[in-house]
Design a protein around this ligand. Sequence first.
Ligand SMILES: [Zn+2]
Length: 404
Amino acid sequence: MQIKKGSLDFSLLRKKAEDETEAMVGFLRDLIALPSPSGRERDVALRIREEMDRIGFDEAFIDDYGSVIGRIGKGSPRLVFDGHIDTVGVADLSAWSFDPFKGKVEDGYVCGRGASDNKAAPVVQIYGLKVLKELVGGNFPCTVYIVGSVQEEACDGLALGHAIQHSIKEKVDAVVLGECTGCAIYRGHRGRMEIMVSTAGISSHASAPERGDNAIYKMAPIIKEVEALNVNLKDDPFLGKGTIAVTKVECDTDSINCIPYACRIYLDRRLTTGEDRELALRQIRELSSASDAGVKVLRFAEPSYTGKVLDVEKYYPTWVLPEEHRLVQDARGAYLALFGCEPKIGKWTFSTNGVSSMGRLGISTIGFGPGEERFAHTNQDKCPIEDLRTACAFYAALPLFVSK
Ligand SMILES: [Zn+2]
């Protein structure tokens, strides 16, 4: 027998999500208490696999790059629910009003590093599947993989792309990202890339600069041109404007009293609709003062905690799923059935693993996550407990709407 969404009582599903509140808060606090900056996610991956096993996932494993992957159900369609399990670090403990690794519960929030970005995602996704499994028993409507991906803060999309292409041995039809959306449905964001521009000079004694060729002076007009370029980049009514900014300057010189023989600047480029890698590089190479400069995309080749290296360019493509797309509308249908009102539909300001699932691999992708983007990466990192219930119910309902 196939369970149809029409025969399901969505208030019961919501009630069951509510009943998991204490368990979800406890699980999120456990994850917060296991610090997991990018490259050190082993403990948190093991804890998540343990929870998947306890709940009775059909399989749960850690892949060669260190991401934790669990599956419930079989057959088409095949969904991936992704939440990254690494966090940014804590540079200055004294700037926090609470211990970032305690998971303090206060005023309806769970507080701690990663509470909003993005440890609440695996919590609501895993408990969403638990709720659905308990309701439908053996009649799980489709295949759902949950990926707790590593290294997202260091290189968005890398671990999720690897999991989809190499660790999950089946074709994936759609991806839902648990990055914080405040329980709205998000359908895209600007892409980005990291670029280095280099100029070469000739060193001489600084007391006779005319004998050398100052690499910093060669870079100065390029910096001014980059600043001007930013004003003229493409705009898009949904994603906003493309941007470029110089974010770091460095030079090589043998001493303060030598003329520098090399200079490098680093550029953060945000790419809106219609902007891609080739366009962004061409715009720099065509700057009138950059004809002799080197221009290249930086690479990411840091090992994950398993020691595996995936050497990739730091180019993260723009992606947008149209509002009328079936996946967006299925998600909207699930939200409406659960809560009786229209969900907000929007986009992220920051970048997510969608750069690989949809930007590179072309798999339809949306986002729905507990927590608000404005608390991510701040010393007020926290997630509303109400959002845990809402998102748990959403992830329980969504598989019924995506499978027809
Ligand atoms: Zn994130």
